[in-house]
Design a protein around this ligand. Sequence first.
Ligand code: GLN
Length: 441
Amino acid sequence: MKQDILKKAKEINEKFNVFITIADKVETSGKGKLSGIAISVKDNICTKGMQSTAGSRILEGYIPPFDATVVEKCRKEGAFIIGKTTEDEFGFGTFSINTGFDVPKNPLDPERSCGGSSGGAAGLTVAVDFPHIAIGESTGGSISCPAAFCGVVGLTPTYGRVSRWGLIDYGNSLDKIGSISKTVKDTALLLSVISGPDEYDSTVLQLKQEDFTKHLKDSVKGIKIGIPKEYFGEGVDEKITKLVWQAIKKLESLGANYKEVSLPHTKYALSSYYIIAMAEASTNLAKLCGMRYGLHKPIKGNYDEYFSEVRSQGFTEEAKRRIILGTFTRMAGFREAYYLKALKVRTKVIQDFKKAFKNYDVLIAPTMPVVAPRFDEIAKLEPIQHYTMDILTVGPNLAGIPMISVPCGLVDELPVGLHIMGDHLQEGKIIQVAHTFEVNK
Ligand code: GLN
């Protein structure tokens, strides 16, 4: 049975490049809540004895001697790890095309992107016919985006809800480990397993392990929904807006009520996010210089020449762009104007959300402004246009609030994601609303 699953995983991978590494054998170390479930792990999360590259050639061949906390927790609950899913290098992207490996293709239409950066995770989830949950990671939208493009469910927990120990960091103040699955129920189950305190991660919240499946109620009676008007503006496909409104009306017919709300600093969120994310990324990547970590090469020359050559060979163009931009924005003389200002803007974005959650249980918006684009369309975009695709996901990610993307219908036969956002630690609420929508739509 389990060997059969590996065979199926290989067949899916041949068609869609959703894995960087597939397990040789399936092993479990326990029995429990995840018994019989295949878990795939985004490649930036360390797995003992299994190559973990974060999608980068600079880490090719790196085999961690330990499991990330989330992986260890899944194994203890009876899950088996089937492999490591394809992603944009270190999470740097929205379409998974910035990977050092083969680009994943969307199983719903292989000429289109799976989204990113957890693209392989979402592509695999829509393609499998066996019990499976993907562990993904989001810094600025990398769970919600691919979940929306592939028509599956993606949950990004509150920052600090899940241990990051064993994650190859992108931006430490932003990274969250979460899940991509076919149903809200699977997502609630996985969160119940992977969340909770961890002595190895000093930023994880000291909260008791919780059973999130208890929020899988079929009811939204009295739930107050805020509709952030800035998330329905220019650049958002009208057909997507229409579907999202249909979903809101559906929830209203089930007993929820809604009102428009304003998050006035939304227009600054994208610049703030990219400055902070790149500043953190550029420091995180400094260690990958071919000495202790990263590609080792027999290159002649002095230290500077060696480091430059190793990094030129090992990183994709996008990683290099982010190292240069990220270093610039935190340099003496520019720090005040860019990095420190971006942090102040981040506070404003957080305050907008906190204010809204005083009056509303959840906020609802489209997850992405467009449906999964074709690769030939993506090839025509400038880097800045890649970044602006994240316009609807960077705000909640900067704020560290939990969010879930659930499929809400099709536009031109391609799936659309409904983004349900909650206040810090209100995963239960967004799971409840998402589940109710899922079973009634
Ligand atoms: N697309 C965003 C970026 O490139 C978010 C990626 C992520 O969440 N890892 O930074």
